[in-house]
Write a protein that binds this ligand. Structure first.
Ligand code: FRU
Length: 489
């Protein structure tokens, strides 16, 4: 099918029509990646939530499927996860393993009209095409909690138990279960850790090797922080690194230390895929490419909402400690059509090196060595009047993506923004990998140590790339522009 409306992402997932927010239930099963998502099938703004559904063989090309979960007598269907019940712990799968979705039922108390959130199950015998709601729903509730949602569940081999991490106000709560049905409180984390600029949502918890060393494993906890209006950036995502013993998570870092997963405005509610085969071994993440500050107002027509590119997560040791790095999954290479390669080293200064972009869909790879400049600029000229500026400040050691002049922004006074990421040079160099779609830009710097994900709404695509520096010169070691193809043709 062809999706070609103005601003329609051409290589990022978006629903065929109507409103989408968080990714949900991401699970790999029988050679398919499943992507469910918060969906309002009858409106282009947030409304009664369903789970929309799509599948992919390669994480890049998606097939839209009918709505998977509809609201029922327990309420609408908020965010959650899905797992393969390989050993039939639930008793739902006598014949062969199948999928179980663990999600939040959202409604109000009949007497008082105050919000009620409880966790429920649904299961599928046909690779997620149809679902049966568990008759004992909800399986987990706590009347003392109002914000009680977004269960992410995984199997913990060492203790032979399912673990659920749940967003509970300004912290997360962990539960364990033998069968996904009976849940027992394990611990709470976060009252005093990390950022509390907003309520906590959509947590995730998983192990990763440090520096690809199988004997050095750490646990990563991802927590999205809701937009309360007080925080200038709106919705954001933080992460923690530590240890997890099946009951308790222990943060390795100082409680006051905040680690950001992304320095752009538009990467929210992201979590990782469940049940990726061990032979693959990757931890693959994807987020909702928007921000509650303006998500309901972005200037798209028939649909609203897109996802980030799927990203592989890894841990590396740095001089500041262990950090999460991310890079787009290698499957994005299948989008590459033809390229322009500038192999000679070029010295650039205030007079820009200008290159024509023959298509709005681009991957740009640049490696620049600073000689004696104060600022390195990489400007994407959308037209004579619109541009997105990627800038590295060699003195502040900071990378910024400035979208104040990228295009349409009148739909929200919060949209015009300069997005900042701290970034050190490596041997005096910076390396950028940039993905440019019709209405977004994703910048991965120095092998993914910093990511900036940002929506942009240029009225006319992209025309030119201009590289320059200020107060001195830089050497461009490599520059590659690759035209990407649409996934919708
Ligand atoms: C995050 C969130 C979740 C909730 C869902 C509702 O964006 O607020 O906490 O489950 O969206 O659509």
């Amino acid at each position: 099918q062809k999706l070609t409306e103005k601003y329609r992402p051409q290589f990022h997932f978006s629903p065929e029509e109507k409103w989408m927010n968080d990714p949900n239930g991401m699970v790999y099963f029988e050679e398919e990646y499943h992507l469910f998502y918060q969906y309002h099938p009858s409106g282009t703004i947030w409304g009664p939530m369903h789970w929309g559904h799509a599948v992919s063989k390669d994480l890049i090309h998606w097939e839209h499927l009918p709505v998977a979960l509809h609201p029922d007598e327990h309420g609408t269907i908020f965010s959650g996860s899905a797992v393969v019940d390989w050993n039939n712990t639930t008793g739902f799968f006598d014949d062969e393993p199948g999928l179980v979705a663990i999600f939040t039922h959202h409604d109000t108390y009949p007497e008082t009209d105050t919000v009620r959130q409880r966790q429920s199950l649904a299961y599928s015998h046909d690779k997620g095409r149809t679902w049966i709601k568990y008759e004992g729903n909800p399986v987990l509730s706590d009347p003392s909690m109002t914000d009680y949602r977004d269960p992410k569940v995984f199997w913990h081999q060492p203790t032979s138990k399912w673990i659920m991490i749940l967003a509970t106000g300004q912290c997360v709560t962990l539960y364990t279960s033998p069968n996904l049905i009976d849940w027992e409180f394990a611990s709470q984390f976060g009252d005093h850790d990390g950022s509390h600029a907003g309520f906590w949502e959509c947590p995730d918890l998983f192990p990763l090797q440090v520096d690809q060393d199988p004997s050095n494993q750490k646990w990563v906890m991802i927590v999205s922080i809701g937009d309360t209006g007080e925080f200038s950036e709106g919705s954001r995502t933080q992460y923690f690194i530590g240890d997890f013993d099946g009951t308790t998570f222990k943060n390795d870092n100082d409680a006051k230390n905040v680690l950001w997963l992304d320095y752009g405005r538009d990467n929210y509610a992201g979590v990782s895929w469940s049940d990726i085969p061990e032979s693959d071994g990757r931890r693959i993440y994807l987020g909702w490419m928007s921000n509650w500050r303006y998500a309901n107002h972005v200037p798209t027509t028939d649909w609203r909402g897109a996802m980030t590119l799927p990203r592989e997560l890894n841990l590396v040791s740095t001089t500041n400690g262990i950090r999460l790095i991310q890079k787009p999954v290698t499957e994005v290479n299948s989008l590459r059509e033809n390229g322009f390669h500038h192999d000679e080293e070029v010295i650039v200064n205030t007079h820009p090196l200008s290159i024509t972009l023959d298509d709005a869909l681009q991957e740009i790879n640049i490696e620049v060595e600073n000689i004696d400049s104060s600022v390195i600029d990489c400007v994407i000229k959308h037209s004579n009047t619109e541009e997105t500026l990627i800038r590295y400040d060699t003195e502040k050691e900071e990378l910024t993506v400035d979208r104040t002049n990228s295009g349409e922004h009148s739909f929200s006074s919060s949209f015009q923004a300069i997005q900042h990421a701290p970034l050190s040079m490596v041997h005096n160099r910076i390396k950028l990998q940039v993905f440019l779609d019709t209405s977004s830009i994703e910048v991965f710097a120095n092998d993914g140590i910093a990511a900036i994900t940002s929506l942009i709404f240029p009225t006319e695509g992209s025309e030119k790339l201009e590289l320059s520096s200020q107060r001195g010169s830089v050497k461009i070691h490599s520059l590659q522009l690759t035209k990407l193809t649409s996934i919708w043709v």
